[in-house]
Design a protein around this ligand. Structure first.
Ligand SMILES: [Zn+2]
Ligand SMILES: [Zn+2]
Length: 400
């Protein structure tokens, strides 16, 4: 199968078979049989009709031309769309199989090959993981299409110490009550699989999906459940970015990157100490207004050295009230927003994001471990093989 292959024009083939292989006289091709990517030619001598030669363009296994099998495998393993690949051949008038033949080959050979290889690899991975005293996993879901119209959702659990995917579960939307529920279902199945395989998970880092939080708390209280800094930072960046575009809030812009980095630092520098993480996190509200001493016993001053360069500090601000009825009138007058502030509106905006109640409740569980961004990277690789805009049937999707 490693042998090289070439594109051969029909006229060149005919010239190759123009002379009799036994007597050297002129020959003519009496039959041309095409089977997908393979052609079988039969030539007959013009002088002695018993001089007949049959020539095949590729080896076969039984009735299967190996070129057909290898082309189908190449389409799948390179992440191509079958229809596009087959069309590409058609446009160049290179003989190939039709799409339905591809699916037959995929079903009979390719998917079983992928499944068998994965099972073997997975068995070895699980074997290694079982030897470890701490099994720290990162988990995340991936939807098969953008938005919330997904037909499938996959959930992957990765060993955070080795960045190896230990398990992947593909859930169909029809198996659960809606597409949102696929994430939890995938996680459930994955954890169950590991449990059945004899793996004792000690830590799990995920995003802050509320059903996942509840599930971990109730069903797996023995597993330390952490939240991934990458997801939290991404969410905060998005909110700060939106706020910075509001009237009088452009001063937020230069701080977005630092505040997002602060999320990672809080998690990585606190060794899972929730109170310390919260104190460090809240201190950012002081830091951005050039105050580096904080009313927290466990974190009384910023951890940075003395700042030499000046920063674009935000002016302090305080939210006075945001009563809708009164503000509606004022809003028309000021043409600003529902929130009335004293001092800088930018500071009030940042504060509402940083000290959001749900965020504060979760940030103490910010993962001190390597983050699930490697799961994200893995999902990008999956995207290459199963692009979100293409449709696949279950087994094909699972294999890809
Ligand atoms: Zn001859
Ligand atoms: Zn500071």
């Amino acid at each position: 199968m490693r042998e090289r292959k070439f594109i051969v024009f029909e006229s060149c083939l005919q010239s190759l078979l123009a002379l009799c292989f036994l007597c050297g006289n002129a020959c003519k091709i009496i039959s041309t049989k095409v089977s997908g990517t393979m052609v079988t030619l039969t030539s007959q001598c013009s002088v002695d009709p018993s001089h007949v030669k049959t020539w095949k363009s590729q080896p076969s296994h039984g009735t299967m031309p190996l070129g057909n099998l290898q082309l189908a495998a190449s389409i799948m393993f390179s992440g191509c769309s079958t229809v596009k690949a087959v069309n590409c051949f058609k446009f160049m008038r290179i003989s190939t199989f039709c799409v339905s033949t591809y699916y037959n080959i995929q079903k009979a050979y390719l998917i079983p090959a992928v499944n068998s290889l994965w099972s073997k690899k997975q068995e070895l991975l699980i074997c290694d993981v079982k030897k470890k005293s701490k099994v720290r996993l990162g988990g995340d879901a991936r939807c098969c299409s953008p938005g919330h119209t997904a037909k499938y959702g996959s959930y992957s659990l990765m060993d955070m110490d080795t960045s190896k995917v230990l398990d992947m579960q593909l859930v169909q939307c029809t198996e659960v009550k809606n597409s949102y529920a696929m994430e939890l279902e995938g996680l459930k199945r994955s954890l169950q699989f590991l449990e059945d395989a004899g793996v004792t998970v000690t830590d799990l880092t995920t995003d802050r999906h509320s059903s996942v939080k509840k599930f971990m708390r109730e069903i797996y209280p023995s597993i330390n459940h952490w939240f991934d800094a990458w997801h939290i930072a991404k969410g905060i960046t998005k909110k700060l970015d939106a706020s910075s575009k509001k009237k009088l809030c452009h001063t937020i812009s230069p701080w977005i990157h630092s505040i997002s980095n602060h999320v990672y630092w809080c998690g990585a520098s606190s060794d899972g100490n929730a109170e310390l993480v919260v104190a460090k996190w809240k201190s950012v509200m002081n830091h951005i207004v050039d105050i580096h001493e904080h009313p927290f016993e466990n974190f009384p001053t910023c951890a940075h050295d003395e700042l030499v360069e000046d920063r674009e500090w935000i002016a302090e601000g305080e939210k006075l009230f945001s009563a809708f009825s009164k503000v509606n009138l004022l809003r028309a007058f000021h043409n600003t927003s529902f929130t009335i502030t004293a001092g800088s509106r930018a500071h009030v905006e940042v504060k509402s994001i940083v000290t959001n109640r749900t965020l504060l409740a979760d940030i103490g569980k910010l993962s001190p471990h390597v983050q699930t961004s490697s799961v994200e990277s893995y999902h990008k690789v999956v995207c290459f093989f199963a692009p979100k805009f293409l449709h696949f049937f279950y087994h094909s999707m699972n294999a890809r």
